[in-house]
Design a protein around this ligand. Structure first.
Ligand code: UT7
Length: 333
């Protein structure tokens, strides 16, 4: 049985930069509040003329494949993490398969929000280990901006979320490089603390008719920020410690922590608890906001391009979000 390893990383973000200053002109907010509470300075929002979840994913995937010295034709399976698929159904996995011109390979959609990329990575890792596939594309891509209530009423989410895509290519490893472990968790008791309700099937039939949607607030992101924050800081630590314990490692063994980019204060809290130096934690939330399932692969791709990830490094990925779900992956690069 071969372990799997990441052989290529890539990302793509929309061109349109939305600054805190710009948001302050359309809703009651300001740069000081957003920077102090979240660390975010700007984020990217999609251009409806250019960007879809699937075509951003295709651009990220091509970058990952090219960096791996591979082409589209090498991909045998797709695992696609998104909660903002282009259509309500089918998921964006098949749209990516179409964009890449890959006839009839399998495409699986994962809907685990901010933890979605690590869930997707874990699934792909199992498929490589069993020998079922030899080259798998694992993608996280989101367009959150169109689901935001961009008004003063929705300001606790409008200033946070952004759009983008990231991808990695997984293959069997013949060296020490490997995904050492993944740990996945959920607690559905808190499902409504961060959710988009509509178009949910649990609505009575008469309420699902489009003409009944006089109140469209159910289509927007609802988040109980305080509650999510409190759980996040606890679960992040738990799942990172779980990964270290499973691999008989200490926090000192982590060369780079790549946390899901939810809030700079959360990343700083984890950094302090693990006593990591600034150069041992990668953050780019300042530039992209929270891109949900895309945040970790975008960060991985940028960290790699900046030379922050080297062969043999121990990389820790960790995420927490809607569900609640939380997860970690420990990787020897
Ligand atoms: O990726 C998925 C996981 N998501 C997360 O982990 C997010 C976790 N939560 C958070 O990051 C934070 O809770 C937020 C950044 C969302 C909010 O920060 P907070 O420090 O928890 O603020 P708050 O919600 O307690 O609001 C404090 C005040 C309120 O005013 P009052 O009631 O004290 O007068 C809000 O109305 O800040 C106000 N406020 C804003 N003011 C200016 C909320 N949003 C804004 C805003 N601009 N955008």
């Amino acid at each position: 049985m071969h372990s799997s390893k990441i052989v290529g990383v890539g990302h793509h973000v929309p061109e349109t930069v939305i600054t805190n200053e710009y948001l302050s002109t359309i809703i009651d907010t300001n740069d000081a509040w957003i920077t102090e509470r979240t660390g975010i300075k700007e984020r990217r929002w999609m251009d409806p003329e250019k960007d879809t979840v699937a075509n951003m994913a295709a651009k990220a995937s091509r970058m990952a494949l090219q960096r791996a010295g591979l082409t589209e034709k090498d991909v045998e399976f797709i695992v696609f993490a998104t909660i903002t698929s282009d259509y309500y159904f089918p998921g964006s996995g098949v749209l990516l398969q179409r964009e890449l011109g890959l006839e009839s390979i399998g495409a699986l959609d994962v809907k685990n929000a901010c933890s979605g990329f690590i869930y997707a990575l874990s699934i792909a890792d199992q498929f490589i280990k069993t020998g079922m596939y030899k080259t798998i594309l694992v993608v996280g891509a989101e367009i959150q901006s169109t689901a935001l209530d961009i008004s003063t009423r929705g300001r606790n989410t409008a200033v946070i979320f952004g759009d983008g895509a990231g991808a990695v290519v997984l293959q069997p490893s013949t060296t020490k490089s490997a995904i050492l472990s993944t740990h996945l968790h959920s607690d559905g008791r808190f499902a409504e603390e961060l959710f988009v309700k509509d178009p949910g099937s649990s609505r009575p039939h008469k309420e699902r008719q489009p003409e009944q949607f006089l109140d469209t607030s159910g289509f927007k992101v609802h988040m109980n920020g305080n509650q999510v924050f409190k759980h996040a800081v606890v679960r992040f630590m738990e799942v990172i410690n779980e990964a270290l314990a499973a691999n008989h490692m200490q926090k000192e063994d982590i060369d780079l922590l790549v946390p899901h980019q939810a809030n700079l204060r959360i990343s700083q809290y984890i950094q302090e608890k693990l006593a990591l130096r600034d150069d041992q934690v990668y953050n780019n939330i300042m530039r992209y906001g929270n891109t949900t399932a895309a945040s970790i692969p975008i960060a991985l791709s940028e960290a790699w391009a900046e030379g922050r990830i080297k062969e043999n490094d121990v990389i820790c990925l960790a995420a927490f979000g809607s569900g609640f779900t939380w997860a970690s992956a420990l990787i020897r690069w």
